[in-house]
Design a protein around this ligand. Structure first.
Ligand code: XMP
Length: 317
């Protein structure tokens, strides 16, 4: 029978044996998977592990500062890198979803590689890959077409020549969370909804600007905070907001407005492969709409996405 304690003991022993006295570098995303993987590796080899957490300017509001702080509290040896401008420069003028993913993947590898080179004699790259990532990267990338390129699988540049260590690659998300709780990782990280590597860039349809990111961060923050305050966050597998590339007419006082539309999305799922839209209470949706329109400058309309996967995907890009 699988239990998190048995898994942890076996995994730590295996990591110790495999890594020995070598050094490991690992990118953290703020998400459950990389956080749990890093904590396991840290338990096995302590400060032979160096973690790198990159602010790509595409995270949720305040997420970089908050998560960096938690990582330090957890005793991880973590380097925080402010690379916002580098990512905005790499994304300037790009609207195509796959081109965005590729630009972000490239920028991440450059930034990460710069940091990895500062660590003497590093031999291993730690990764938070979980079992569904392994499956999806095989099934999605058929010979003919890539539906979406996930840059967190197989994103290792050849020239780095590091061996990969992936302690979670046999686990499903709920098992990863169980392991995380047994490792006493803060609930804010363990219970966090999945969030895509390319972040808000694939929730801003069209090109990316820092202003659009700031607008979407405010909308997303109101929605996620609202879900938490109404006890709905843990009933939802993943939620977020999408900034649409259209404007619509509205009215404010006696003034005509012509401003942006945002979509809210909340889905239930087990592994992200299929997903159902969640029937959030109308009253809650109404509150969210009012709060967003009242508080976020430049947004005058909110819609709710009622599409399931398939045929829609969870992300709009
Ligand atoms: P889709 O949109 O394909 O998303 O239904 C399924 C799950 O994968 C996440 N996702 C990504 N994660 N890099 C990631 O790390 C990506 O490029 C990417 N695209 C989608 C998405 O948030 C959902 O959890």
């Amino acid at each position: 029978d699988w239990t998190s304690d048995v898994f942890i003991d076996a995994s730590v022993a295996e990591l110790k044996e495999k890594i020995g006295s070598d050094k490991v570098v690992m990118g953290l995303s703020g998400g459950v998977d990389s956080s749990v993987a890093a904590t396991l590796i840290h338990r096995a080899i302590g400060d032979q592990l160096t973690c790198v957490f990159v602010d790509n300017g595409l995270l949720r509001k305040n997420e970089f500062e908050e998560v960096l702080h938690s990582y330090k509290d957890m005793g991880l040896n973590v380097i925080g890198v402010d690379a916002k401008q580098r990512f905005y420069d790499a994304l300037a003028g790009i609207s195509d979803p796959e081109a965005k993913r590729k630009a972000i993947g490239r920028a991440f590898i450059e930034v990460f590689d710069d940091e990895a080179h500062k660590i003497d004699g590093v031999k291993w790259l730690g990764q938070g890959t979980i079992y569904p990532d392994v499956i999806e990267s095989v099934s999605v990338k058929g010979p003919s077409a890539t539906i979406k390129s996930h840059h967190n699988v197989g994103g290792l540049p050849d020239f780095m020549k590091l061996s990969v260590v992936e302690p979670l690659n046999t686990l499903f998300k709920d098992e990863v969370r169980e392991v995380g709780r047994a490792l006493e990782i803060p609930e804010a990280i363990v219970g966090r909804h999945p969030f895509p590597g390319p972040g808000l860039a694939i929730r801003i349809l069209g090109d990316i600007t820092p202003e659009k990111v700031a607008t979407l961060q405010e909308v997303d923050h109101i929605f996620i905070q609202g879900l938490k305050n109404h006890g709905l966050y843990d009933q939802v597998w993943q939620a977020g907001a999408i900034l649409l590339p259209i404007q619509s007419v509205g009215v404010m006082g006696d003034e005509r407005t012509y401003e942006r539309v945002v979509a809210l999305r909340a889905v239930g799922s087990v592994d992200g492969m299929t997903a159902d839209w969640i029937h959030l209470p109308y009253e809650f949706l109404g509150k969210m709409s009012n709060e967003i329109i009242n508080k976020v400058k430049g947004v005058n309309r909110v819609v709710y996405d009622i599409s399931s996967k398939p045929p829609a995907t969870i992300e709009w890009e």
